[in-house]
Write a protein that binds this ligand. Sequence first.
Ligand code: GLV
Ligand code: GLV
Length: 338
Amino acid sequence: MRPKVFVTREIPSKGLEMINEYYDVEVWDKYQAPPYEVILEKAKQVDALVTLLTDKIDCNLIKTGASNRLRIISQYAVGFDNIDIECATKNGVYVTNTPGVLTDATADLTWALILATARRIVEADRFVRTGEWYRTGTGWHPMMMLGLEIHGATIGIIGMGRIGRAVAKRARGFDMRVLYYDKYRLPVEVERSLCATYVDLDTLLKESDVVSIHTPLTKETYHLIGEEELKKMKPTAILVNTSRGKVIDTLALAKALKEKWIAGAGLDVHEEEPLPPDHPLTKLDNVVLAPHIGSATHKTRTKMATLVAENLIAFLKGEIPPTLVNKDVIKVRSPGFQ
Ligand code: GLV
Ligand code: GLV
């Protein structure tokens, strides 16, 4: 009998076709996420789940699944803060993610936000579109829409994993000075190849013109950037976040932007997603907002789907999935549905 998999949302077809060769696939076909109760019900019936970061995969759901037939959760994302990993490991449930394939798309989007925020692109678009430019009665003015010069500025990268390093690599094209802070320092050769200097968070915040966040969301990174940290930044600096919204204390940030402790922010991720249209951030001109689209290119989303499939297929063949998150699970149960 073919194992069953429940996929919590439509993903690019190439991945689904690959999975279909080995599994009986059921896809949740609504645009909105399935309610928790639906995933819980499915967890009782299936051998595998394909999940997204908007699906809450808690210990109750994992235990319920594991006491039936659930053996693997293949997450369609690099981040997995929505899944109780420790509980999955204990219960012999494999969890995989999609690292690597979305690194460059996310680094590109980070740069789109850095440039859009520094050069006030969205504000400028509104200025033209609403007729405000026309009403000034002048086509060009020496003091119009001045922003932060990126070329030659200092960028401070918080979290120097794959994405942080890809952002650093792109900074070289702008002749920037690159500072970084991470829990772990990189090997000196890697630092040298990135022309990046390791500093503590305090120094990074005080010296950077651009602060860009690339940490996973953990207990340690929750509200890593709050009022105190924002006050350490230069009044001319900008903050960019393409990691997880909860790494920043959003209300502190809204205050910082309103009171001009910093010049601007570019945010692809939010504490609350979707961000309500009446959120304090939406009232401010000096923030660029995007709806969590870091990996949203045709090419990357397809690669994520095929990696999700590769993980499921390897597991079914009794092999260790290529991008297994909870490696300790191997000691609890070997891969495969036997
Ligand atoms: C998106 O945020 C991801 O973790 O892949
Ligand atoms: C994610 O891909 C990271 O390690 O930065």
